[in-house]
Design a protein around this ligand. Structure first.
Ligand code: LLP
Length: 414
């Protein structure tokens, strides 16, 4: 579900013409529909209203302050994985007691920032981290609430790079080691072990892996409680899928109904860490056609947007729907939509059926709100795109286009 639609022969974002946005802000341009992500957030809120819970938006999916601020105003928390994400979440006004921090390689200074900020929970991924965290907390005169992130060894049936809960993945503590870790936690003065955490992967279409993982986690909760741990919250991570092409993802209600029985019996506060589900469908990337080239029996539409702006097609072979901003004419032609970056892996879509396109036309790449701008780079010394937030007919620039000066700002010229 999203608020992008076609009317009068062209694409709209809510009540704003995408063509006008491209003219006003230039391309490549990320355009976000506020109504879309607000609704997705609310759908999850409503679905889980029957259990104590907090929805911690996964900042890695989209860390723009304007987006974070909008979600903060609605009561969202944040899931962060670095000091930088923690900094931005707090800058956006997300209260520390609604922030959870996961990640396999937190540095001492990141742990110091997290403890000093008083965040809700640190999701600890190994025993050594428990010891460092305890030292840090004691030095700051604190006792830090934390959760053990366990690895339930479940296949989420997603892209191999997006699965995180199999035993061969680097994430979490093996289930069999959870009790030992809890005993160590109990002996450490800076640690209050009050939760369990899991995150089994991303773009997960089926409830089955969640249920399998939760059944494992449920028995760990029992084991830890038997050890005397006061387990009060359970973080079930993110991972809910969205539709890029023809997938049939779960709705918030379906997800709730599939898992709630397994969670409710535990009598815990629930933490959810959705990223893509909230912001994925709310963003498009708009690029302008620079050239149309026929070569080797193929038609290439070459945009001013490329893999540095949206790397998902190149990195994961991800499919993002592509449409001309203004309805095209003529028969559909098989087309590769590519960028200007000097790599053959620089494409946004291959073998797409698209109408006739010419220099100056614009195209929209859909479902680019999550892991789009967030994973963009300056590769080929390309300034990163601008980002615009649309609310009804009003469009607000929430990140200006980078300039050549930005490209050298952090460098020290000899
Ligand atoms: N929590 C943790 C601990 C995570 O590692 C992640 C994502 C999330 C929550 C949010 O997952 P989501 O609800 O968005 O699926 N770059 C990839 C996605 C990598 C996800 C990494 N972790 C992509 O473009 O598909």
């Amino acid at each position: 579900m999203d608020y992008f639609h076609r009317d009068g022969g062209e694409l709209w974002c809510e009540d704003a013409r995408v063509r006008d946005l491209a003219a006003r802000f230039g391309t490549p341009l990320y355009v976000y529909s506020r109504r879309t992500f607000v609704e997705h957030y609310r759908k999850l809120e409503t679905a889980f209203a029957d259990v104590p819970h907090v929805i911690c938006f996964s900042v890695k999916s989209n860390g723009n302050l304007g987006i974070l601020r909008t979600l903060a105003a609605m009561g969202a928390g944040a899931d962060v994985v670095s000091g930088g994400e923690l900094h931005k979440a707090m800058l956006a006004g997300i209260p520390a007691d609604r922030i959870v921090y996961s990640g396999v390689g937190k540095t001492r200074s990141e742990l110091e920032l997290a403890v000093a900020s008083g965040i809700r929970s640190i999701n600890v991924e190994n025993v050594e981290e428990l010891r460092v965290l305890s030292e840090v907390a004691v030095a700051l005169g604190r006792r830090q609430e934390c959760s053990l992130r366990v690895n339930p060894d479940v296949d989420a049936h997603t892209h191999e790079y997006l699965t995180t809960g199999r035993k061969e993945n680097k994430f979490g503590i093996p289930l069999a080691d959870a009790v030992r870790a809890a005993r160590i936690a109990a002996s450490l003065p800076g640690i209050a072990l009050t939760g369990l955490d899991m995150h089994i992967g991303s773009q997960i279409l089926s409830p089955v892996p969640y249920r399998m993982a939760l059944e494992q986690v449920r028995s760990v909760v029992g084991n830890l409680r038997a050890e005397g741990c006061d387990i009060r919250h359970l973080d079930i991570g993110g991972g809910l899928a969205v539709r890029y092409d023809t997938e049939d993802p779960m709705t918030a209600d379906q997800f709730h109904d599939e898992i709630i029985a397994l969670v409710r019996v535990l009598g815990v506060d629930l933490v959810l860490e959705p990223g893509r589900f909230i912001i994925g469908p709310a963003g498009i990337l708009v690029g302008e056609v620079q050239f149309v080239k026929e070569a080797g029996g193929k038609r290439f539409v070459i945009l001013d947007a490329g893999m540095n702006d949206l790397i998902r097609p190149s990195l994961y072979g991800a499919h993002h729907r592509i449409e001309p901003v203004v309805d095209g004419t003529g028969p559909l032609v098989q087309t590769d939509v590519v960028g200007p970056v000097c790599e053959s892996g620089d494409f946004l879509g291959k073998d797409r059926q698209l109408p006739s396109l010419q220099r100056g036309d614009q195209v929209a790449v859909f479902t680019a709100g999550a892991y789009g701008f967030a994973m963009s780079s300056n590769y080929n010394q390309r300034p990163r795109a601008a980002e615009v937030l649309v609310d009804g007919a009003v469009a607000t620039l929430i990140r200006r286009r980078e300039t050549f000066d930005d490209l050298v700002r952090a460098e020290i010229d000899l």
